[in-house]
Design a protein around this ligand. Structure first.
Ligand SMILES: [Zn+2]
Length: 110
């Protein structure tokens, strides 16, 4: 006997996915719960319970919005926020006092 897996499962797509904004469950770096990617996809830590995944997706959606309106951009070395450059090696990624994180945390406060 075998059980057919749903396509969503095979792709690692989480049910929090939306049209144009797929949410992929992945193994992420330590301490990283989610990632908003420039290609419009979101990655979430596959070990989180669904409720936490939904919280994380709501948070990453704010970053998506920041990128869409042109306030946020990043490359491997820098994060650019409203025309200012922040060196990634000098910041704690996801820290609540970073301006783009501040907005994301404020907007997702229950
Ligand atoms: Zn964030």
């Amino acid at each position: 006997m075998f059980k057919l897996k749903k396509l969503e499962e095979l792709l690692g797509l989480n049910e929090a996915s939306e049209y144009g904004m797929p949410v992929f469950e992945k193994k992420l770096s330590k301490g990283i719960r989610g990632e908003a990617n420039r290609d419009g996809t979101i990655f979430v830590d596959k070990n989180l319970p669904q409720k936490e995944i939904e919280k994380t997706v709501a948070h990453e959606k704010v970053h998506m919005d920041q990128m869409k309106r042109g306030d946020l951009y990043y490359d491997d070395t820098y994060v650019y926020w409203k025309g200012k450059r922040y060196l990634r090696s000098e910041m704690k990624e996801g820290a609540k006092d970073l301006p783009w994180e501040k907005e994301a945390y404020n907007k997702t406060k229950k």
